[in-house]
Design a protein around this ligand. Sequence first.
Ligand SMILES: [Zn+2]
Length: 67
Amino acid sequence: MIDAELLGILACPRCEPRPPLELHGSMLVCTICRHGYRIVNGIPHLLAEEAIEPSVVEEEIGAKPES
Ligand SMILES: [Zn+2]
């Protein structure tokens, strides 16, 4: 899992100034542009070209059951 310290230094590659990211399950979501970035095997894929569209992000977050 991503720990809080690491989360604190990660930032969205699409935005300036680099805004904080929210952790949603296995995805990091930018607080400004709402693009998502997947965490694969504990490694966040923070690449602009791998960003998930905000509409898809909202769907995934909304559909994700809280357990
Ligand atoms: Zn962003």
